[in-house]
Design a protein around this ligand. Structure first.
Ligand SMILES: Cc1cc2nc3c(=O)[nH]c(=O)nc-3n(C[C@H](O)[C@H](O)[C@H](O)COP(=O)(O)O)c2cc1C
Length: 191
């Protein structure tokens, strides 16, 4: 049976949002680990995997966590424009999200996210020296979370536009959705 989203833009948007919500909850979902793209101050692209921590459809917001000493944090500080990419081989759906990143470190947003982090996850932020520093040999994992809170950062990604691609033998479906300021406007695109 053909899914609703084969011929219905609203269903494409609903399925995108359903998959994002599932990605937060389901560690095995491809939507759990999107690729985050940023641009360096000299205009070079950078891309890496991150974990999708939260998705709120009404404020059009996705939450990611990172280290304030990381390259991506510096890149987003200088240029908040960012993209997220996900491809789910199971459903053959690709989603590309465009938006603006707001960074939170010493505020209530970061405090709440830190409190909700598992102890094991907090250890990552206690790494010394800073992530990306050249080292002579591999390091053991930090034994305690001491110092980690100071490095912990929340990225709130405000979704402005997204593109949907569904691969289907009977005809691929591609659509773009733009936030108008009041609602999502969808348009089919040639695949
Ligand atoms: C499955 C997976 C999940 C990851 N999740 C995160 C994450 O949530 N936040 C993060 O900062 N880095 C995460 N990483 C590490 C990044 O992909 C990247 O290697 C690291 O953050 C350095 O990136 P940067 O130097 O571009 O900032 C993850 C890597 C993998 C493989």
């Amino acid at each position: 049976m053909r899914p609703d989203f084969a011929d219905d833009l609203d269903a494409c948007r609903a399925e995108t949002f359903r998959l994002l919500a599932r990605g937060v909850a389901d560690r095995r979902s491809a939507f759990h680990t999107p690729a985050l793209a940023t641009v360096t101050p000299s205009g070079e692209p950078r891309v890496r995997t991150v974990v999708l921590r939260a998705f709120e459809p009404a404020p059009r917001r996705l939450r990611l966590h990172t280290d304030a000493r990381s390259g991506k944090f510096a890149e987003l500080s200088a240029n908040p424009s960012a993209a997220l990419h996900i491809y789910d081989p199971g459903s053959q759906i690709q989603v590309r999200l465009l938006g603006q990143a707001a960074l939170h470190t010493g505020d209530a947003v970061a405090d709440a996210a830190w409190q909700a982090c598992r102890p094991q996850s907090r250890l990552c932020y206690a790494t010394l020296p800073a992530p990306g520093t050249p080292i002579a040999a591999p390091l053991p994992a930090p034994a305690s979370e001491a110092g980690g809170r100071a490095h912990f950062a929340v990225v709130l990604f405000s979704l402005d536009q997204f593109e949907w691609l569904w691969l289907a033998a009977a005809g691929h479906r591609r659509a773009r959705f733009d936030w108008t300021g009041a609602d999502w406007r969808g348009n089919w695109l040639a695949p």
